[in-house]
Design a protein around this ligand. Structure first.
Ligand SMILES: Cc1cc2nc3c(=O)[nH]c(=O)nc-3n(C[C@H](O)[C@H](O)[C@H](O)COP(=O)(O)OP(=O)(O)OC[C@H]3O[C@@H](n4cnc5c(N)ncnc54)[C@H](O)[C@@H]3O)c2cc1C
Length: 390
């Protein structure tokens, strides 16, 4: 997005692409972003699976609810779809698109920052196996390093604090032979709840492969004392009968992996010449698949604010030229957190809002339309219910 706006952009990436990454279910608004950016081929040409909605099953497989992917045409909701993606393919495609737009890639690891004489951030120090360590000068540094939270770790942004869902661990695998449902249900993200903080997912990624995973209390995982693979094999069928019946005869084709302590926040994530986007400053909980959405939309707003930084001297002179960007991000991330808090603390109210009272508002929320200044009545009710239950 920066390169398309005519700004000279350098991406520092330490991993060799394609590489595995978790985060496969995309929101409706994110699919619209790909359409707007002219990148839709990236989704339609690979074997990514269409996503028609999200189906959530309560404990024991009962009390389920369905939220379809719909886009807005003025006041109307129109049937639409998003995608379930293989992140290895998607992320490699995005990197190629950035290069095609004019960005430069440095295959190296960011290990430090450079500072100007007055102490402001003036670039990054990077290291690779060939040339060792070197400096890259930059007017603005964007930290998009995900859970590595590089600028927080380096003491530029504030320290990481624990989020509300950090005492959990996720264990996941790619499987073949998982039983898919019929019709639109075969193209849904399925979520299976066992109890608070203990749940599973099923995401079709391609005709044959399904991403299957579970989130469990970290203390329970540790107390069992098994390897991720052993734990996955022993526990996955106990999450929810609706998940277990779909796994009969299925086999893992990728080793089970884990992600732990994944809920955190970096409260001061912008400053004179820097800003953090996506997981580099906050990660709430993956249950409603907002991670990729937030990373991309924060990147979009970051690009707009960086453009203002270059074009408007009055913005550039501020102590924190990116403070408004931080407010926009906090607002949307806070709304995601309210949804998740309400879902766990008052699941009956949540299901009532989604199913009956605020159906349209909740379709918008699940699609990722979370950035408006006004809260919809549905999201106001969600925030109130979350607060009452806390
Ligand atoms: C169990 C689980 C399930 C999830 N499910 C979903 C889902 O269904 N849908 C969804 O949208 N999201 C999901 N997420 C969240 C999603 O994975 C992340 O929110 C999303 O990938 C964040 O994107 P990002 O660009 O901020 O970071 P990342 O995608 O992690 O990208 C960070 C990049 O920075 C690079 N990097 C890191 N450190 C350095 C360094 N020092 N120097 C150079 N490069 C560096 C890394 O190699 C990486 O390529 C899930 C997360 C978990 C834990």
């Amino acid at each position: 997005m920066l390169a398309r706006s005519g700004i000279s952009a350098t991406i520092v990436e330490s991993a060799e692409f394609p590489r595995f990454h978790i985060g496969e279910s995309m929101t409706g608004a994110l699919a619209d972003w790909f359409r707007t950016m002219g990148l839709i081929d990236m989704l339609t040409k690979c074997d990514h699976t269409v996503k028609r909605g999200v189906h959530v099953y309560g404990p024991s497989g009962a009390n389920d609810f369905w939220v379809p992917v719909m886009r807005r045409e003025g006041d109307e909701h129109v049937q639409s779809h998003s995608w379930h993606v293989r992140r290895s393919q998607l992320d490699a495609g995005l990197l190629e698109a950035a290069v095609a737009a004019g960005a430069t890639i440095q295959r190296a690891k960011a290990v430090g920052v450079c500072r100007s004489r007055r102490g402001d951030i003036a670039g990054v120090r990077v290291r690779d196996g060939l040339t060792g360590e070197r400096e890259l000068a930059a007017d603005v540094v964007v930290d998009a390093s995900g859970a590595a939270t590089v600028l927080s770790t380096l003491g530029v942004a504030s320290k990481k604090v624990r989020g509300g869902y950090d005492r959990q661990i996720s264990i996941y695998a790619h499987m073949r032979g998982v039983r898919r449902d019929e019709g639109v249900q075969s193209e849904a993200t399925l979520i299976f709840v066992r109890s608070r903080g203990h749940w599973g997912w099923m995401i079709p990624i391609g005709d044959e492969v399904t991403s299957v995973g579970m989130v469990v209390p970290a203390s329970y995982y540790r107390s069992v004392g098994l390897s991720p693979k052993e734990f996955f094999e022993r526990e996955i069928n106990d999450v929810n009968p609706q998940l277990a019946r779909r796994l009969v005869g299925a086999e893992a084709i990728e080793w089970a992996r884990t992600a732990s302590n994944y809920s955190y926040q970096v409260r001061r994530f912008t400053g004179r010449n820097f800003l953090c986007i996506g997981d580099a400053h906050r990660f709430v909980d993956p249950i409603f698949s907002f991670g990729l959405h937030l990373a991309v939309f924060e990147a979009k707003y970051a690009s707009e604010h960086i453009l203002r930084f270059f074009n408007e001297p009055s913005v550039r002179e501020r102590d924190d030229p990116f403070a408004e960007f931080a407010d926009v991000c906090d607002r949307a991330q806070g709304r995601v957190e309210s949804m998740i808090d309400c879902f766990w603390a008052n699941s009956l109210a949540f299901a009532f809002f989604v199913h009956h009272k605020y159906k349209r508002d909740m379709i918008d929320a699940f699609a990722g339309r979370l950035y408006g200044e006004q809260l919809s009545p549905g999201m106001r009710a969600i925030a109130r219910a979350a607060l009452l239950a806390s």
